[in-house]
Design a protein around this ligand. Sequence first.
Ligand SMILES: Nc1ncnc2c1ncn2[C@@H]1O[C@H](COP(=O)(O)OP(=O)(O)OP(=O)(O)O)[C@@H](O)[C@H]1O
Ligand SMILES: [Mg+2]
Length: 368
Amino acid sequence: MAATDIAGPLGVARQALLAYVDPWIGRSLGELGALRDLRLDGSRLLASITLPVPVGDYRTELEDALSAVLAAAGLQFALQLQLTADIAAHAVQKTLKPLEQIRNVIAVASGKGGVGKSTVAVNLALTWAAAGARVGLLDADIYGPSQPLMLGLTGQRPTSVDGKRIQPLLAYGVKAMSIGMLIDPDQPMVWRGPMVTQALTQLLSDTDWGELDFLVVDMPPGTGDIQLTLAQRVPVAGAVIVTTPQDIALADARKGLKMFDKVAVPVLGIVENMSLHVCSKCGHEEAIFGEGGGERLAGECGTLFLGKLPLDARIRAEADGGRPTAVAAPDSARGRAYRDLARRTAAALALRGRDRSSLFPKIVVEET
Ligand SMILES: Nc1ncnc2c1ncn2[C@@H]1O[C@H](COP(=O)(O)OP(=O)(O)OP(=O)(O)O)[C@@H](O)[C@H]1O
Ligand SMILES: [Mg+2]
């Protein structure tokens, strides 16, 4: 950096930008090493910023915030932002190695059934994809797959080019795979433990995912065989626990948290679904199932509270109609609730340790 940079307006701008704390990640651009380049072009200030989260939906917001920062520092520049994402592979269970092409496996789980895991999983995946990330969605609910319906893929079958690997189906930019795409939905399924665990690992490894930043795994409810297989065999970068505010769901969520703790799968945080009921006729809001439980549980368990989602009939209608809220109404209040959840989840992951194996070159000792 030239000495004049430090003293001059460019230096002042640099210091101001480096000190800016991103409200989602909770770290300054300086701490994040996010400011990659800064230069003046007449009265325009060109800033190149790289964040460790999907940024597609974030440019205008950040540009406005940083323009305000510059104005507060007494600078009159017109800021032009070049914003890119660099999503790292994060650390997984110590006993496992991260997958080569999939940077981060994110499991969406709950202790209790029917609390909204699948709805959260699909909207999380779609929001990240809309923000420019490379995203896959694996429906691990072998007993009751719901992703084909939610993604509008009912009846479609994945194909295989080489007879070995299966091509995932594509919906709204997300690569999706579900046992529901491979079986006849009208046939009752009889699965025994080993078949269940094999189905999960095969869906993961036999699918041609390509390069992904995130693979969201929609888990079945509870703490059974599939959860154990996931914990033991799938390198998970983080789990998101979904709960509703009722005591019974919270108690089950606590069990789910403990299970992941025991098997050393890192938990990113808790989402409270069906928090406030929003009347689709008059917009009146009511806390039917109680209030604040998810946040309290997160505090108690020392994990993050990733946000609350409204109980809104339109969320169900959109998911059942094969066009989940994140694509049907991303700018509505409910769409923004999913967007905020996706941002907080990506930020929680970004703050976790990186996969060290990708940071250092592998040392090979050759025998002579
Ligand atoms: N915030 C919400 N507002 C309104 N309806 C919702 C909301 N979240 C989920 N639903 C609806 O509730 C039902 C259950 O949701 P979902 O299938 O996502 O739960 P789940 O936890 O995956 O269930 P399971 O344990 O059976 O896999 C679905 O009909 C879904 O559309
Ligand atoms: Mg489900």
